[in-house]
Design a protein around this ligand. Structure first.
Ligand code: VG1
Ligand code: CO
Length: 561
């Protein structure tokens, strides 16, 4: 019989989940007494006591440092709170999209994901805890606010300190816990259910032909030492027949080899270099927890994520899943470029614009209004689950290649010819002084609220733009009517070009300022130009209006996408 202990604790004031869960330095979780326990208890407390005994929670993580400790705590605290069953990925490993898939498949009450996604790991890196609800999606703000409220007033937590599970052994382990029914922990293969789902979405024989048939293409998939490794190996290599050397950095490591597991042009520089070599036809990288993707064509041709979702939308009939379900609607986060809007308009599909963060897509999907969506931050996905899905996006692209028999570059260039092109860039200023960042945003919002701001003209070089709309983006959920304010400052010019400023909600130290620029061009003479060249005047105007350099002391961004 396992004993339950009630431990007195002191609340912390800073356990507010951000864009995607609670993210802090590992040292914050390790050194502050009961820090992790408090948050885990606060999370489990949102599961109604009346249903706990019959409920299952899915648990998985991206393999980063401190994950296994956190999982043992979750086991002990879940048991002591009367949760009936946990389903955990072997060795704790399970990608974010796979957790979403498993929650839905076994009708779990929710899931806990141990990840700080693309943030670096290791003892001096970041850790994160995220809660997903029964739909398989990230908890909406109503739920995360509840977790935060509980965490601010918590005085004790319940735990079974002697309960230990073997995370390496696939199968069921059952424990007798004090006053409750037996508590079950089931360790599962992390790929199985997810692979089974993908087989129902894509045409696997066609993909197999593409990757290992007589005229096969060569792919290079970089898991960046994150959680996608085992999925790439089992699905792309073993099942679809791509050679073993297509799987790069595919063994999850606690510190991601000392790198940022972030699939962009800066942090996935090795992949970019390999692709430039010209040996491979298709390349992709994934983030730590496997929900993001970056797609590259031969010679390193870069597919901007905003274009990626638009191209998938325009070629959606190449994917059997959508032939079955039809296309209910499209959606993008507000800062994502308008490329998807152009496809929606041409193909007469509904288009929704949501705040940043995947949690805002969930209601639309549950209501049958949304099939395919994306974010500029390398997130692409559909209503097959309720998370963005890196490997799904790669198989979506490979399905398009298999059916159109064209290169990535030709597909994108055709796309721009047909729909016009949204030039897009994002500048990230990481770890800026928090006060300086807030001041910049406050001053900018004040300047934008001035009556004379709308109609004002800004020039750089030979370009002049006139402000048409200036606001702080606010979203009213069309399904449940919930309102989310302060989602980013937008300046929209009369030609549709946009400048957007937002503060990140996933950083763990200081503030990260994100500047997004989106500008539409349909002149066929101009659509193949360099994005950075095309957007230079708008970047210049954005820096002037915001006084970013004066406020933060930064003369250049940390990352340019
Ligand atoms: C960032 C991205 C956002 C994404 C979020 C979670 O948020 O901009 O689009 O949904 O990360 O992705 P922010 O608040 O830092 O801009 V993940 O792969 O970190 O879970
Ligand atoms: Co992620």
């Amino acid at each position: 019989m396992v004993k339950i202990t009630v431990v007195k604790t002191k609340a912390y004031a800073d356990q507010k989940p951000g864009t995607s869960g609670l993210r802090k330095r590992v040292t914050v979780f390790q050194q502050n007494q009961h820090y992790a326990e408090n948050f885990i208890q606060s999370t489990i407390s949102v599961v109604e006591p009346a249903v706990r005994q019959e409920s299952t929670l899915v648990v998985g993580g991206d393999g980063r440092f401190f994950m296994k400790d956190a999982i043992q705590l979750i086991v002990q605290i879940a048991a002591a709170n009367g949760i009936g069953r946990l389903v955990i990925g072997q060795n704790g490993i399970m990608s974010t999209p796979a957790v979403s898939c498993v929650i839905r498949k076994i009708k779990a009450v929710g899931g806990i994901i141990l990840t700080a996604s693309h943030n670096p790991g290791g003892p001096s890196g970041d850790f994160g805890i995220k809660y997903n609800i029964a739909s398989g999606g990230p908890a909406p703000e109503g739920v995360t606010n509840k977790i935060y409220d509980i965490s601010k007033s918590i005085t004790e937590y319940h735990i079974c300190p002697d309960l230990k599970v073997d995370l390496s052994k696939i199968g069921k382990q059952t424990f007798e816990v004090d006053t409750f029914k037996p508590f079950t922990v089931e360790i599962v293969d992390c790929v199985e259910a997810y692979a089974e789902m993908l087989r129902g979405i894509f045409d696997f024989p066609a993909l197999k032909e593409l990757l290992s048939g007589p005229n096969h293409i060569k792919v290079n998939l970089d898991a960046m030492h994150g959680v996608v490794g085992p999925y790439v190996k089992k699905i792309v290599c073993e099942e679809l027949g791509s050679p073993a050397n297509s799987a790069v950095n595919c063994v999850p490591s606690e510190d991601f080899g000392g790198h940022h597991p972030d699939p962009n042009l800066t942090y996935a520089a090795d992949l970019v270099k390999t692709m430039k070599g010209g040996e491979y036809d298709f390349g992709a990288a994934f983030d730590g927890d496997g929900d993001r993707n970056m797609v590259l064509g031969k010679h390193g041709f870069f597919v901007n994520p905003s274009d990626s979702v638009a191209a998938i939308a325009a070629n959606i009939t190449c994917i059997p899943y959508f032939q079955k379900t039809g296309v209910k609607g499209l959606a993008r986060s507000m800062p994502t470029s308008g490329a998807l809007d152009n496809v929606a308009k041409a193909l007469k599909m509904a288009l929704y614009e949501t705040p940043t963060g995947w949690k805002f897509f969930g209601n639309l999907m549950d209501a049958g209004k949304l099939s395919l969506c994306g974010e500029e931050s390398f997130g692409t996905g559909s209503d097959h689950i309720r998370e963005k899905d890196g490997l799904w996006a790669v198989l979506a692209w490979l399905s398009i290649l298999a059916s159109r028999k064209q290169s990535v570059e030709d597909i994108m260039k055709d796309h721009w010819k047909k729909f016009g092109r949204n030039f897009f860039t994002r500048y990230d200023y990481e770890e800026v002084n928090s006060d300086a960042a807030s001041k910049m945003m406050k001053d900018l919002e004040a300047a934008m609220s001035d009556k004379s701001f709308v109609g004002k003209k800004f020039s750089s070089g030979d370009k002049t733009y006139e402000v048409e709309i200036a606001d702080n983006f606010m979203y009213t959920d069309p399904v449940d009517g919930s309102v989310s304010k302060n989602q980013g400052l937008r300046i929209i010019f009369s030609d549709g070009s946009r400048i957007i400023f937002r503060l990140s909600g996933t950083g763990s130290a200081g503030a990260t300022i994100r500047l997004y620029i989106d500008s539409y061009e349909k002149d066929p003479q101009k659509i193949n130009q360099e994005a950075q060249v095309m957007l230079a005047p708008l970047v210049d105007i954005a820096l002037k209006i915001s006084q970013l350099q004066e406020n933060t002391g930064r003369t250049a961004p940390t990352v340019i996408t």
